[in-house]
Design a protein around this ligand. Structure first.
Ligand code: GNR
Ligand code: NI
Length: 175
């Protein structure tokens, strides 16, 4: 297992549409293991493969609370089959847009279908944070970030903030 580098906005790779996984094999699982380790290290509650530069339709997630046992979840080629009209506002963040948080509204319940770590097909309803997170991650698979749901002004502000932090960090490292 290895921790990989997380791509930050405005990296154009984050706008790529990711490709379906053709078969779930040991290479797929090795990538998912790396993604999970990278997500825990960050730390975050979800991660899409494109965030580590791999344009495949793969997501990892762990929504367990601080005092709970870890509960890693793996999603390959996920699809939304159904959603509800009722929107749920949630303050979102993204490891590719560090230290920026803003409210986004998404359907509060979604029926999803995906392949798990072993390539087994699962169909289930996700709600609350699970619904928010899977929709945030599935957006990544289509090259969409949560800031794309905000006004242009807020989006520009978020990107500038990340760019400034990266500049400051580079300057600090050069001292
Ligand atoms: O760690 C994360 N937290 C989070 C909080 C609210 C809504 C979505 C998320 S996902 C994010 C990790 C990430 O960037 N996944 O793509
Ligand atoms: Ni994200």
């Amino acid at each position: 297992m290895a921790i990989r580098e997380i791509l930050l906005v405005p990296n154009p790779q984050l706008k790529q549409v990711s490709e379906p996984v053709e078969r779930v094999d040991d290479d797929t699982r090795a990538l998912m293991d790396d993604m999970l380790e990278t997500m825990y290290d960050a730390p975050g509650i979800g991660l899409a493969a494109i965030q580590v530069g791999v344009p495949l339709r793969i997501i990892v997630m762990d929504l367990a609370g601080k005092d709970e046992e870890p509960k890693p979840q793996y999603f390959i080629n996920p699809e939304i089959l159904e959603d509800v009209e009722e929107l749920l506002p949630w303050e979102e963040g993204c490891l590719s847009v560090p230290d920026y948080y803003e409210e986004v509204e998404r359907p509060g319940r979604v029926k999803i279908r995906y392949l798990d770590y072993h390539g087994k097909q699962i169909t289930e309803w996700a709600e609350d944070l699970y619904a928010v997170c899977i929709q945030h991650e599935m957006d990544h698979l289509n090259g969409v970030l949560f800031i794309d749901h905000l006004s242009r002004l807020k989006r520009q502000r978020a990107i500038r903030k990340v760019q400034k932090a990266a500049r400051d960090k580079a300057l600090e490292a050069a001292e």
